[in-house]
Design a protein around this ligand. Structure first.
Ligand SMILES: Cc1cc2nc3c(=O)[nH]c(=O)nc-3n(C[C@H](O)[C@H](O)[C@H](O)COP(=O)(O)O)c2cc1C
Length: 309
C-alpha cells in the first residue's frame, strides 16, 4: 500500500486556509519558538508548531518555583513569560519564513482590545500561518481565563481577533468551566476557524515540611497524562456540537492517545508536556499513525476523524 494521506485542513472556511501535512502539532509553551529544537529533531516533519504565548509587551512571568512534578502530570505557573510581539516579529518570524512547517502564534491579552491589536500586528507577517487565541490561561491574574470562562466574553475576544486579521484563527478553550460546549458554540458563532482544547486544569501542591504551597503563585495548571481522559471527553463533547475543526490536546504521549483524540473528533492533536520528557514524541506519533493506517488499510486520516462519534 502506498503511503497514506495524513494531511488535514484546519481552516476550511478561511480564504488563506491552514493545511497541515499531518495532524501532529506541538502545544504552546512546551516547544519554545521551534528554534530551540531545530538541531535536535527534524521539526519540518511536524504538522505545525505553536509558539509560546505572546503578549503586547514582554512579560517576566510569575515568581519561582513555577514547575512542579505530580503523579502523572506537571503543575506549571509560568505566568506567560515571553519576549513580546515586537521581538517575535523582528527576531523569530524571519527564521520561520524560511521553514516548511507552519508556525502558529499563540496570543494572550489583558483586554479585548489587546487581542485585536495582537491580531492586527500579526496579519501580514511573513512566517506566520495562523493565530491561536489563548482565552484559557489559568496562571495570570488579568486576562486569560477570565475571557474563556463565559460565552459572551469568549465570543467578544474571537470577534475582535477576526475583525483584525485574515489569518486562520484557532480559539483555545479552558477546561475550568461548567460547560465547555457553551463556550465552543459561542466562539464558533463569533467566527473561529477552529477550536483547540484543552488548556491546563487548575491545581496546587503543598510542601508538608514548610506547610506552604509549593508554587510561588500558589495555583498552577495541571498537564500531562493525568488530564487525558478529561481532555478526551471534552473533545468528544465539543466535536458533537461544532462544525469547525477541533484540535485535541491534553496528556497525549503515544500513538494510541493521538488516535483516541482523532476518533473522538479531533482533526489534529497537540503534544505538550510529553515534549519535556522526549521532544521526539510528536514525530514518533506521526510514524505510529502511519503504521496504524497501513495495517488497517486506511488511505486518508480524514476517514478516522470522529470515528467514535
Ligand atoms: C510549561 C507550560 C507552559 C504553557 N504555556 C502555554 C502558553 O503560553 N499558552 C497556552 O495557550 N498554553 C500553554 N500551556 C498549555 C499547553 O499548551 C497545553 O494546553 C496543556 O499543557 C495540556 O497539554 P499536555 O497535557 O499535552 O501538556 C503550557 C503548558 C505548560 C506545561
Amino acid at each position: 500500500m502506498k503511503s497514506p494521506d495524513l494531511s488535514v485542513q484546519l481552516g476550511p472556511q478561511n480564504k488563506r486556509g491552514l493545511l497541515l501535512s499531518n495532524p501532529l502539532m506541538t502545544a504552546s509553551g512546551t516547544f519554545g519558538y521551534g528554534t530551540e529544537y531545530a538541531d535536535i529533531i527534524d521539526i519540518q516533519r511536524l504538522g505545525a508548531i505553536i509558539c509560546k504565548g505572546t503578549t503586547l509587551k514582554p512579560r517576566q512571568g510569575n515568581p519561582q518555583p513555577r514547575l512542579w512534578e505530580t503523579a502523572s502530570g506537571v503543575l506549571n505557573s509560568i505566568g506567560m513569560e515571553n519576549i513580546g510581539i515586537e521581538a517575535l516579529i523582528k527576531e523569530k518570524a524571519p527564521l520561520w519564513a524560511k521553514w516548511k512547517v507552519p508556525m502558529i502564534v499563540n496570543i494572550l491579552g489583558e483586554s479585548v482590545e489587546d487581542y485585536g491589536k495582537l491580531a492586527k500586528r500579526l496579519d501580514k507577517v511573513a512566517g506566520v500561518s495562523g493565530i491561536e487565541v489563548n482565552i484559557s490561561c489559568p496562571n495570570i491574574s488579568e486576562g486569560g481565563l477570565e475571557f474563556g470562562a463565559k460565552p459572551k466574553s469568549a465570543a467578544d475576544v474571537t470577534s475582535a481577533v477576526k475583525a483584525k486579521t485574515t489569518l486562520p484563527v484557532i480559539v483555545k478553550l479552558s477546561p475550568n468551566v461548567t460547560d465547555i460546549t457553551d463556550i465552543a458554540l459561542a466562539v464558533e458563532e463569533a467566527g473561529a476557524d477552529a477550536i483547540s482544547l484543552i488548556n491546563t486544569l487548575r491545581g496546587m501542591s503543598i510542601d508538608i515540611k514548610t506547610r506552604k504551597p509549593v508554587l510561588g503563585n500558589i495555583c498552577g495548571g495541571l498537564s500531562g497524562p493525568a488530564i487525558k481522559p478529561v481532555a478526551l471527553y471534552m473533545v468528544y463533547q465539543v466535536a458533537h456540537k461544532v462544525k469547525v475543526p477541533v484540535i485535541g490536546c491534553g496528556g497525549i504521549t503515544s500513538t494510541n492517545d493521538a488516535l483516541e483524540f482523532i476518533m473522538a473528533g479531533a482533526s489534529a492533536v497537540q503534544v505538550g508536556t510529553a515534549n519535556f520528557t522526549d521532544p521526539r514524541t510528536p514525530l514518533d506519533i506521526i510514524d505510529g499513525i502511519e503504521r496504524f493506517m497501513k495495517k488497517e488499510g486506511i488511505r486518508r486520516i480524514t476517514e478516522l476523524i470522529g470515528a467514535a462519534l
